[in-house]
Design a protein around this ligand. Structure first.
Ligand code: URA
Length: 322
C-alpha cells in the first residue's frame, strides 16, 4: 500500500515536470498568448500549425514561391526545440469523448454514446469516455470519425452559386455530405457570377486571418473588362482608387496578361463588390471575374470547376507564407 502511494506521488511529480516542460516549450514556440488552459497540449492542438507568424519568411520579396524557404515550421524555434517533437507527438493524444465530438456530438452526447457501446476503437467496443486515443480508427455506429479538429476546404467555385447557406444554389450544396455536421463558413465571399478560389472551414480564427483587412493577405483575381484599361486607369487603380465617391481602396497591383482586356488584379482587402466597383470607377465594367490565388496558394490547375480539395496543414501554412 505504502509503495503504491510513493509510486503515485513520483508519477504525479514526473507528470507535472513533464507538463511544465511542454508548456514552456509551447510558449517558446508559439508565444505566451497562444498557450491557454491547464493542458497546453490540447489547448492549441491543430491551431498551432498555422499560428507561426508568416513574417518569419526571411526574404519575402525575393522569392516568388516562398513555400519551402519560408515554411515557418522549419524556420521557427520549434525546429531546434528538444521538446517540440514530444509536443507534436502528444498533441494527438486526447480523451475518447473529445474525439467523438468530431462526429458532431456534444461532449455529453459523446459520453452517452460511448457508454451505450456505440463507439469502437480499432473494431473493439470501448465504454470508457476517458480512454486516451491517438490516431486509431474510431467509429460511431459503424461510421469512421474524422478526428481533425478543423477542416479546410478549397472549392473552385462555379458561377451560379451564392456564398449564403440554406439555399439550393448555395456553395454549401457542393460540400460533401461527410462535412455536413461541421459549422462551416466561407472565408471571403465571392459574388454569384464570380468563379474560383473559395475557402470553406469551421475554424473561426482562420476565417478572421483570411478576411481581416489588417492582415493584408493578397487575393489575386483574373479580370476581363468590357473595354481596355489605359495606362492612367491602371495607375489610378494601383495608387488606390476612390469608389462610389467616398470609399478609398488600398493600393493594389494591376498587370496586363497577354490577352486583350485581361488583367491580374491583386488586392489586400475584400470590400463589397470591390473589383467591379473599382472598374466602374475608371468608367469600365467587369465581364468575367475569377479569384485565382489567396496569399501564397494558387488555385491548383487540376482542380476543376465545382471540385473541392481538402487542404493539408502544409497547404494552410502556404496560404500565409506570402
Ligand atoms: N470583387 C467583386 O467585385 N466580386 C467578387 O466576387 C470578388 C471581388
Amino acid at each position: 500500500m505504502t509503495i503504491k502511494i510513493y509510486f503515485d506521488i513520483i508519477l504525479t511529480l514526473l507528470k507535472r515536470i513533464f507538463q511544465a516542460a511542454i508548456a514552456q516549450s509551447a510558449e517558446r514556440v508559439l508565444g505566451k498568448d497562444e498557450v491557454t488552459g491547464s493542458n497546453p497540449v490540447s489547448s492549441f492542438r491543430c491551431r498551432f500549425s498555422y499560428k507561426f507568424p508568416p513574417d518569419h519568411n526571411p526574404n519575402p520579396d525575393s522569392d516568388p514561391y516562398p513555400y519551402h524557404d519560408s515554411d515557418p515550421y522549419h524556420n521557427s524555434d520549434s525546429y531546434h526545440d528538444p521538446f517540440c517533437g514530444l509536443f507534436l507527438f502528444l498533441r494527438i493524444i486526447m480523451r475518447l469523448d473529445k474525439y467523438v465530438t468530431y462526429a458532431g456530438l456534444t461532449r455529453s452526447e459523446a459520453a452517452a454514446a460511448i457508454k451505450a457501446g456505440r463507439v469502437t476503437i480499432d473494431n473493439i467496443i470501448v465504454k470508457n469516455p476517458a480512454e486516451k486515443v491517438t490516431d486509431e480508427s474510431i467509429t460511431i455506429d459503424g461510421n469512421l470519425i474524422d478526428g481533425s479538429e478543423y477542416v479546410y476546404l478549397l472549392l473552385n467555385k462555379p458561377t451560379g452559386y451564392v456564398c449564403e447557406a440554406g439555399r439550393g444554389d448555395s456553395v454549401f450544396a457542393l460540400v460533401p455530405e461527410k462535412y455536413s455536421r461541421r459549422k462551416l463558413s466561407v472565408c471571403g465571399r465571392l459574388d454569384k457570377d464570380t468563379e474560383g478560389f473559395l475557402l470553406i472551414t469551421d475554424d473561426g480564427d482562420f476565417v478572421h486571418r483570411i478576411i481581416s483587412p489588417v492582415k493584408h493577405l493578397k487575393k489575386t483575381y483574373l479580370v476581363r473588362s468590357a473595354n481596355p484599361l489605359s495606362e492612367s486607369d491602371i495607375k489610378k487603380l494601383e495608387d488606390g482608387i476612390v469608389i462610389d465617391g467616398n470609399e478609398k481602396c488600398k493600393p493594389c497591383e494591376c498587370k496586363r496578361t497577354y490577352k486583350a482586356n485581361e488583367y491580374l488584379l491583386t488586392i489586400t482587402e475584400g470590400m463589397y463588390h470591390q473589383i467591379k466597383r473599382m472598374l466602374i470607377a475608371v468608367n469600365n465594367e467587369v465581364i468575367y471575374l475569377k479569384r485565382i490565388k489567396t496569399g501564397g496558394f494558387p488555385l491548383p490547375e487540376g482542380l476543376k470547376t465545382g471540385e473541392i480539395l481538402r487542404l493539408s496543414d502544409s497547404d494552410v501554412l502556404r496560404i500565409f507564407a506570402d
